[in-house]
Design a protein around this ligand. Structure first.
Ligand code: ATP
Ligand code: MG
Length: 140
């Protein structure tokens, strides 16, 4: 089992409305800047987080986001855990397709976030909720 170092105290942000989504996004942007991520990497991360947090507000009502700064064999990264206990996603593969929406959005939030991050996973169960786990690593 590989060992990963925790760089800062993890940041937990409750997500209850779009204001919280912006706060989570800004916190991540700042954390990325402190870790030396490039401006483009900072913006990619904060944009992905904004989309995932806005989905929590829109589809689940509320949830939580945790940001963790990591170091793995000299590489520095940020892991993001976004959890809600909302309705869940019936078909995750479909939800990840460009343009798929059950709301009035563009259906670009999830696929866009996936493209902006280095690692992206969704665990979801109908009636139980959705968890998105994603990572962004600083280019060396
Ligand atoms: N946390 C969630 N809980 C339940 N369903 C979700 C959640 N996040 C996404 N979904 C489902 O996945 C679909 C696709 O999400 P995505 O963010 O890609 O598009 P959108 O939110 O509909 O539009 P956009 O983000 O472009 O404004 C949503 O329409 C919704 O059905
Ligand atoms: Mg969305």
């Amino acid at each position: 089992m590989a060992e990963i170092d925790l760089l800062f105290t993890p940041v937990s942000v409750p997500i209850r409305d779009d204001t919280h989504a912006v706060v989570a996004s800004q916190r991540a942007h700042r954390m990325a800047a402190q870790l030396g991520f490039s401006p483009v990497e900072q913006t990619s991360l904060s944009t992905a987080i904004l989309e995932i947090a806005r989905n929590i507000v829109k589809y689940a009502g509320s949830g939580e986001m945790v940001l963790v700064a990591l170091q793995d064999e000299g590489r520095v990264g940020i892991a993001v855990l976004a959890c809600d206990d909302g309705p869940g996603i019936a078909d995750v593969d479909l939800a990840l397709k460009d343009g798929f929406t059950t709301g009035r959005g563009l259906g670009l939030g999830l696929p866009g976030a996936r493209r902006l991050m280095d690692d992206f996973d969704i665990a979801s169960a109908l009636g139980r909720g959705t968890t998105v786990i994603m990572e962004k690593w600083k280019r060396t």
